[in-house]
Design a protein around this ligand. Structure first.
Ligand code: EPU
Length: 422
């Protein structure tokens, strides 16, 4: 199993490039199941979850091929036919986003059998709303030996209101509704940029979707979809992680291939902390740290609020800010596992339910620590950059799920991170 050895205390300086967004690429790959023609996706990040989704497509009997390009990979997928409508437990347990094949499979083939994902390190994460929505579209849902079996003889458009805002739930129903008879209105839909990106792909495939990016999405069903080529948007969470890396390690970075407009809440929060972030046009950010950081309160929200996927990184940052910060996690009930590891490095953090109080500034010292989920691992890498001495992070496969060779990217701008395995 790979580990990182991080030597702390080196300033970052230079230019760093964002990869494509994992959370936009995964639903786009699932969307390719909606047509028998070829779908080409560009700017696919080289991360482990993409490989897991390819294995799942392979399991379903779908062809895919990948080609290396200057910016990300080019992935061609053609779902000519379906050999097997089953997403097995072995793959779903590795990656919950496997559930994204449910909507497309039911819409195109009328049948899907997907393993229930079960609990996860950051919370219970049920899929009840995905299923309730598919039922509202006319599908029947049955639980059977840990699997959910969904069948239909044709989906019919409906109005569906989400009790809770859900990103993959919105994506699943949006994809399913593209091939339903008549129109579907999704209310209280998630507004994340990844949803807009998926709608752009689906519309390029011949779907008729309006309102993606707002809380009401209208989908006018069509009888079939066709092939398309689509570039995946840059990863806003990777960009945010790079911004915080400078705030922690010190120095100056230019981050290119960033979508500045999708990072408003993160940039504003970093500004309050005292980190200088400047936009050089719509696709480039410049970040610099000089002077003292001051503690701020953070509450995670659905987009366009402060992303839960940046909470762990900002908790690491708050250990280096003067004063007390209250961090409230409103999306997932158990997303503070990184706090315990940060405390082993010298952070002063109290966790009370969904709230963590970080008292700074405390010096961090290198220690042996363990990654627990993707964003928690990122926060530990950032802490390692700011720590005195050496930090060893175990289980970096968590970080490889969603960050493209983070150690190589950061090393190119001055970090000292070595990957090794036992
Ligand atoms: N929820 C339900 N019922 C459902 C679906 C969701 O109660 O049927 C609840 C969840 O338990 C959670 C809340 O709704 O409390 C929001 O969860 P959501 O469904 O939006 O999360 P997700 O779609 O499973 C995606 C990202 C996550 C990101 C969240 C929130 C992908 C593949 N994953 O997950 O990304 O944290 O939205 O923004 O898009 C990550 O990249 O590290 C990551 C975890």
């Amino acid at each position: 199993m790979d580990k990182f050895l991080i030597e702390g205390g080196h300033l970052l300086e230079g230019r760093i490039t964002a990869s494509g967004a994992k959370n936009a690429a995964l639903p786009a790959m699932a969307a390719s199941l909606l047509t028998d023609q070829s779908v080409t996706l560009r700017n696919i990040p080289r991360v482990r979850d993409i490989g897991t989704m390819r294995s799942l497509l392979d399991e379903l009997g779908v062809d895919s091929s990948i080609k290396h390009e200057e910016h990300g990979n080019r992935l061609e997928i053609q779902a000519r036919q379906l050999l097997n409508p089953v997403a097995p437990y072995e793959l779903v347990k590795q990656m919950r986003a496997s559930v994204l094949v449910l909507g497309p499979l039911v819409a195109r083939f009328g049948h899907a059998r997907v393993s229930l994902p079960g609990g996860c390190a950051i919370g219970a994460r049920p899929i009840n709303l995905h299923l309730k929505g598919l039922e509202a579209l006319g599908a029947s849902v049955r639980m059977d030996h840990g699997y959910v079996e969904v069948r239909t003889d044709g989906l019919r458009g409906t109005t569906f209101n989400f009790d809770t805002i859900t990103v993959t739930g919105t994506e699943n129903l949006m994809m399913a509704a593209t091939l339903a008879e008549g129109s579907t209105i999704l209310e209280n839909a998630a507004r994340e940029p990844e949803i807009e990106d998926l709608a752009n792909l689906l519309n390029a495939m011949g779907a008729s979707i309006e309102g993606a990016g707002t809380d009401t999405i209208r989908i006018h069903g069509v009888s079939s979809l066709h092939g398309a080529e689509h570039p995946i948007i840059p990863d806003r969470i990777e960009v945010g992680t790079f911004l915080v890396s400078v705030a922690m390690a010190g120095g100056h970075l230019v981050v290119d291939r960033a979508e500045v407009g999708q990072l408003t809440s993160v940039i504003a929060k970093l500004g309050e902390v005292g980190v200088k972030v400047r936009a050089n046009g719509p696709h480039e950010l410049e970040v610099e740290k000089d002077g003292t950081l001051c503690a701020v309160d953070i509450s995670t929200q659905e987009y366009p609020g402060f992303p839960t996927d940046m909470q762990a990184q900002c908790m690491a940052l708050m250990t280096q800010a003067e004063g007390a910060s209250v961090i409230t996690e409103t999306i997932f009930e158990n997303r503070f596992l990184h706090a315990l590891e940060l405390m082993r490095m010298g952070a002063d953090i109290t966790v009370e339910g969904r709230r963590a109080i970080v008292r700074g500034k405390t010096p961090l010292s290198g220690a042996k620590i363990q990654a627990s989920d993707l964003r928690a691992s990122a926060s530990l890498v950032l802490a390692g950059l700011a720590a005195e001495g050496e930090t060893v992070i175990d289980r970096v496969y968590h970080i490889d799920r969603g960050y493209e060779r983070i150690e190589e990217k950061l090393n190119r701008v001055g970090a000292r991170i070595r990957r090794f395995s036992d």
